[in-house]
Design a protein around this ligand. Structure first.
Ligand code: PLP
Length: 381
């Protein structure tokens, strides 16, 4: 094992501006899940994304859970969702006793195939087992925007609300508009490995004031307006702390720089690896797509490269460099294997050959060179 420092897939990258806001929370004794930092962080998110309302929450998973509740998802309902994602997209559907209907990817963006989405809606509706199709969760995986024009057209045609899981995609745009702002509700994550972090946290965003008001209400134990504690609904403890929102404020001051740094990582890998036969990247399909390149990913054809994904991962690990296979699609997960799924083989094939490369916005030139040296040594010219 190498004695050199570990290079992570994507580690927190502080701007230095965070501590001022965290100190403010301490000085003013506003360390509860309320306060100036929470308000200011929500405002910063709204103005950056170009959306009217935001609720800062304890995680992206909590945001998805609340989004589903607000859209009326109940036991026995169905929710269509991208299969190629992290399990946190799907788990909240099951928390509510609803059934995830998994939809495979299109090859262009690796995100939900509009064609399969429409097929899924038609078949579920035709079967009409009395269960409502209450929502569609579209993921913008690794920062690449999904084909929102086609997806919104289908969702509008069948009148099903869209939740955009933009956990990995803050800063990504489709047709110049920030992802998360197309659907009825968007969700974000500020988990430690995301493009900006609050150590842990998330947000629910919407142009609909009533939706975000409801999210804040449910996230603070659903207290009715009364002088005593009164509850007419089940609530949750999902609000973000004012201390963590202080970190978020400092992080939002450098979001555009972070997007540029992530995109520079991608360009570095493309420039240095594109001529190796058997290595493929996922390009932005055209200039309507702008990815924050949260993680740079490659596809490896072992017949052409002479090396498997596992061998590449092992070689990096020996040099104390973290890399990971792409997300294992949800329809291949034991826990979701009985869910209805609309498949075309795309996400399974991506999973079989794909690798996430270290993509921290805080990597140095030396770090990048260290990674490249390992990769180049392994790949056949
Ligand atoms: C696609 C996706 N959805 C949802 C989440 C959940 O976010 P959190 O970890 O903040 O709960 C994550 C990341 O963790 C994610 O990558």
């Amino acid at each position: 094992m190498s004695t050199k420092h570990r290079i992570y897939l994507s580690s927190p990258h502080l701007s230095g501006g965070e501590i001022k806001y965290v100190n403010e929370a301490f000085k003013t004794n506003w360390i509860a899940p309320l306060g100036l930092n929470v308000d200011a962080f929500e405002e910063a998110l709204c103005s950056y994304i170009g959306i009217n309302h935001a609720a800062a929450l304890s995680s992206g998973t909590a945001a998805i859970h609340l989004a589903l509740i607000i859209l009326g998802v109940e036991k026995g309902d169905e929710v269509i969702a991208s299969s190629f994602t992290f399990s946190a997209t799907i788990n909240p559907i099951v928390y509510l006793g609803a059934t995830p209907v998994l939809v495979d990817s299109e090859p262009e963006t690796w995100n939900m195939s509009p064609e399969l989405l429409e097929k899924a809606i038609q078949e579920r509706r035709a079967q009409s087992r009395g269960h409502g199709l209450k929502a569609i969760i579209v993921v913008h995986l690794y920062g690449m925007p999904a084909n929102m024009e086609a997806i919104m057209e289908i969702a509008n045609k069948y009148e099903i609300p869209v939740i955009e899981d933009a956990a990995e995609a803050l800063g990504s745009r489709y047709k110049g508009k920030q992802v998360g702002s197309f659907g009825k509700i968007g969700i974000l994550s500020f988990n430690g490995n995301k493009i900006i972090t609050t150590s842990g946290g998330g947000a629910l965003i919407s142009d609909d004031e009533e939706i975000v008001r409801k999210a804040k209400f449910l996230a603070t134990q659903a207290r009715d307006k009364a002088p005593h504690y009164q509850h007419s609904q089940i609530g949750y403890n999902y609000r973000m702390s004012n201390v963590l929102a202080g970190i978020g404020r400092g992080q939002m001051e450098v979001i555009e720089l972070r997007v540029q740094q992530k995109r520079d990582n991608f360009q570095f890998y493309v420039k240095n690896l594109k001529d190796f036969p058997g290595i493929k990247f996922v390009p932005e399909p055209d200039n309507l797509y702008f990815s924050n390149r949260w993680l740079t990913t490659i596809l490896i054809d072992p017949l052409l490269t002479g090396v498997t994904r596992e061998q590449l991962q092992d070689a990096l690990e020996k040099e104390n460099i973290e890399s990971r296979p792409l997300w294992k699609p949800m329809h291949l997960q034991p826990v979701f294997s009985s869910c209805p799924a609309y498949l075309n083989g795309v996400s399974e094939s991506l999973f079989n050959t794909g690798l996430c490369l270290p993509s921290g916005s805080n990597m140095t030139d030396d770090d990048r060179q260290r990674i490249l040296n390992v990769l180049v040594k392994q790949l056949r010219h």
